[in-house]
Design a binder for this molecule. Structure first.
Ligand code: AMP
Ligand code: ZN
Length: 110
């Protein structure tokens, strides 16, 4: 999708170093990390949010990617977050899964 920053990252139009890539997903470090490890896993295809994500193969690939990334980086304790919609804190409207690790995380989130 034009003018989508995460599509540009996935398409390698914007240089970014991927920590993981497979057929359907890529993962890269968050620009503004909220924890010592803060990785975003995104589908290569554009879905504005989880509400628009209707492809079960991609859904499955996203979970597999989270597991592969954490395994690859030997991260055993982490939080995954999907913000869906503005009031939930979504600011980039290309669906993504946050992986946060490396410090104690409080609950409930703000
Ligand atoms: P959310 O608020 O859930 O939509 O998360 C969007 C995340 O994308 C934020 O944590 C941002 O810091 C991150 N972000 C925005 N632009 C970039 C970028 N160019 N590269 C990496 N992360 C980004
Ligand atoms: Zn996009």
């Amino acid at each position: 999708m034009e003018d989508c920053i995460f599509c540009k990252i996935a398409n390698k139009e914007i240089p970014s170093s991927f920590v993981y890539e497979d057929e359907h997903t890529v993962a890269f470090n968050d620009l503004n990390p909220q924890a010592p490890t803060h990785i975003l896993v995104i589908p290569k295809e554009h879905y504005a949010s989880l509400n628009e994500l209707d492809n079960e193969q991609v859904m499955s690939a996203l979970f597999t990617a989270v597991k592969n990334v954490t395994k690859q980086l030997n991260i055993k304790e982490y939080r995954t977050v999907i913000n869906t919609g503005e009031s939930a804190g979504q600011t980039v409207f290309h669906m993504h899964i946050h992986i946060l690790a490396g410090r104690p995380l409080k609950w409930p989130p703000g």
